[in-house]
Design a protein around this ligand. Structure first.
Ligand code: CP
Length: 310
């Protein structure tokens, strides 16, 4: 792949190959040897703990050279465009850039303009607004595959602030394609019935004892500007209606996975004392993320013949 910006264009074979490769790396499989240096920047213009550090770790394990970049102190605050910022990186000799930005599909001009212009840099999407979060989606698929060994027939509930979630968008699409049954729950005002083509929207208590995966989403207050529901938001009420408390946790199947992309709002999406409970898969998701990001970066290295890889 010359760029890795979305899961939508991946074939099922490509998804399975990425999962297999990430599982191979996790088991200690040999990383490819690079015949010349590959330089990478991680350009995060939205805050991140997991994704940023996980990409940095994956790059280190692959033998890439990370060139430090601090999005909050970059010249984008002076009005420099994303395209010009990438041109700068390109001119400095950076081969690949991992980008997170609040603008949906920020990557389209970078990829399409680069065909006619001077930009020649690999783009890996670490999250675009409410658009896509391909590395989170693929690490989620790896975690589900590792636990159940399959996707076909699994019942997966996606619960919470769905409209604003790039994780939900990526996952509802990929899970459906992989043969899982998707269900939705959470506040109706943060649900878009355009998603009905992927699965049924049901009350949480109808789903709790039925699903194999309970995928919780963070309430994304930073994306609620101008949303009247944000002004009326009551964390305790949300937790009672849409959160996993001890009673709902006890009703989940014994082998149910509770997933969450993080960061978790304690006592909102999930009771704080359940964050490290046996059915909670958050830290497994994060651990798997390093290996999945290695597999994704390797796919782009091969797609661009970087480091001598083909
Ligand atoms: N899951 C996720 O994207 O977390 P961060 O915002 O901390 O990277």
């Amino acid at each position: 792949l010359p760029h890795f910006v979305s899961v939508e264009n991946l074939t099922v074979d490509q998804i399975n190959a990425l999962i297999n490769r990430a599982e191979y790396f996790k088991k200690g499989g040999q990383v490819p040897t690079l015949s010349n240096p590959v330089y990478v920047t991680n350009m995060f213009f939205e805050n991140s703990t997991r994704t940023h550090t996980s990409f940095a770790m994956a790059e280190k394990k692959l033998g890439l050279t990370e060139i430090p970049f601090d999005g909050s102190h970059s010249s984008r605050s002076k009005g420099e465009t994303m395209y010009d910022t990438c041109l700068v990186m390109n001119a400095l000799g950076v081969d690949l850039t991992v980008i997170r930005d609040s603008q949906n599909e920020y990557y389209n001009p970078l990829i399409h303009l680069s065909a006619d212009h001077h930009l020649n840099i690999g783009i890996v999407n670490a999250g675009d607004g409410s658009g896509q979060h391909p590395s989170q989606s693929l690490l989620d698929m790896m975690t589900i595959h590792e636990h159940f060994g399959k996707f076909a027939g699994l019942k997966v509930a996606i619960v919470g602030d769905i409209t604003n979630s790039r994780v939900a968008r990526s996952n509802m699409e990929i899970l459906t394609r992989l043969g899982a049954e998707v269900y939705f729950s959470g506040p109706e005002y943060w649900y878009d019935h355009a998603f009905d083509k992927y699965g049924k929207y049901l009350p949480l208590d109808e789903l709790v004892d039925q699903v194999d995966v309970m995928m919780l989403l963070r309430v994304q207050h930073e994306r609620h500007a101008g949303d009247a529901n944000e002004d009326q938001f009551d964390a305790q009420k949300y937790h009672e209606e849409y959160g996993i408390n001890q009673a709902r946790y006890d009703r989940l199947k014994d082998d149910c996975l509770i997933m969450h992309p993080g960061p978790i709002n304690h006592d909102v999406e999930l009771a704080g004392n359940l964050v490290e409970a046996p059915k909670s898969a958050f830290f497994r998701q994060m651990h798997n993320g390093v290996f999945m990001r290695m597999a994704m970066l390797e796919a782009v290295l091969r797609g661009r013949h970087l480091g001598g890889l083909k």
